[in-house]
Design a protein around this ligand. Structure first.
Ligand code: PGA
Length: 252
C-alpha cells in the first residue's frame, strides 16, 4: 500500500511571518488527514520559519527547486546540502513554471533529481503536456519523454523513493482541471513506463500525484482513482482550511 501524499506548493507566495501564521491555523487541523503524508513547500526565505513551526508535527517540509552543485560560485542558487540543513526532506523538480519561465530542460531536471537523491532529499518530479501538445495528440509522447529523461541511469531503489506529479500545464492555475479518469490514465502510463525501465517493484512503490486546479470540490474525484496517490496543490494550498480539506479526501 502506498501512503497518500498531498503537497502544498506555495510558489512565490507568503513571507516567513505569513507562513508561520498558516502553520498556526493549519496544524491543529492536521489530524483530519490522518494516514496522509503532508508536505509544505514554502519559498526559500520561509523554510527555516516553517521548519521550526512544524517541529514534532509529522508534517514534512520541502523546497520548490534546487541547483545540482553542492556549493560554489552560482549566484542566486540553493544547493541540496543547504536544503537538507534547513530541514527539507522533499524538493520539487521540473515544475512547468521552471521549465517554461526559467528555461529548465529535461537534462537539468535529470541532474537535479540525481543531486537531490544523492543528498537524501526526495524529489517530487513534475511532468505534463502543454495545451498545444495536448491538442496535437502528443500528451503521451511528451510525458513518457519527460519521465525517461528525469530518471535516466538511476537505480531502481532510487526511483522507488521518488514522487511524480502529473501536472497538465493547461490545468495549472487556470481553474480547468483534468478529469479524474484522464489523469488516472496518464498516471497509469507513467507507472507502466517506470515498470518497463526499473521493474514492477520500483514502479509500484513510486507515488503519483495529480496537480492542476485541485480544490476541495474536486479532490475526491482524483482520490478515488487507483493510480493517483495524492495531489500537488498550488492556489488552494495557500489557505489552511482548503488545503486540509483536499488532504482529507485522500484519507485511506
Ligand atoms: P494550481 O497549481 O493548483 O494553482 O493549479 C498546481 C501547481 O502548479 O503545482
Amino acid at each position: 500500500m502506498r501512503t497518500p501524499i498531498v503537497a502544498a506548493n506555495w510558489k512565490m507566495y507568503k513571507t516567513a511571518r505569513e507562513a508561520e501564521a498558516f502553520c498556526r491555523e493549519f496544524l491543529p487541523q492536521r489530524s483530519r488527514a490522518r494516514g496522509v503524508e503532508l508536505v509544505l513547500l514554502p519559498p526559500f526565505t520561509a523554510l527555516e520559519a516553517v521548519a521550526r513551526a512544524l517541529e514534532g508535527s509529522e508534517v514534512a517540509l520541502g523546497a520548490q527547486n534546487l541547483f545540482w552543485e553542492e556549493e560554489g560560485a552560482y549566484t542566486g542558487e540553493i544547493s541540496p546540502r543547504m536544503l537538507g540543513a534547513a530541514g527539507c526532506s522533499y524538493v520539487v523538480i521540473g515544475h512547468s513554471e521552471r521549465r517554461r519561465l526559467f528555461g529548465e530542460t529535461d537534462e537539468h531536471v535529470h541532474r537535479k533529481v540525481a543531486a537531490a537523491l544523492g543528498h537524501a532529499l526526495l524529489p517530487i518530479v513534475c511532468v505534463g503536456e502543454t495545451l498545444e501538445e495536448r491538442e496535437a495528440g502528443r500528451t503521451e509522447e511528451v510525458v513518457v519523454r519527460q519521465v525517461k529523461a528525469a530518471f535516466h541511469g538511476l537505480a531502481a531503489d532510487e526511483v522507488a523513493r521518488c514522487v511524480v506529479a502529473y501536472e497538465p500545464v493547461w490545468a495549472i492555475g487556470t481553474g480547468r482541471n483534468a478529469t479524474g479518469e484522464d489523469a488516472n490514465q496518464i498516471c497509469g502510463l507513467i507507472r507502466r513506463t517506470l515498470a518497463g525501465l526499473y521493474g514492477e517493484g520500483a514502479a509500484s512503490a513510486v507515488r503519483l500525484q495529480y496537480g492542476g486546479s485541485v480544490k476541495p470540490e474536486n479532490a475526491a474525484e482524483f482520490a478515488r482513482q487507483p493510480e493517483i496517490d495524492g495531489a500537488l496543490v498550488g492556489g488552494a494550498s495557500l489557505e489552511p482550511g482548503k488545503f486540509i480539506a483536499i488532504a482529507e479526501a485522500f484519507v485511506p
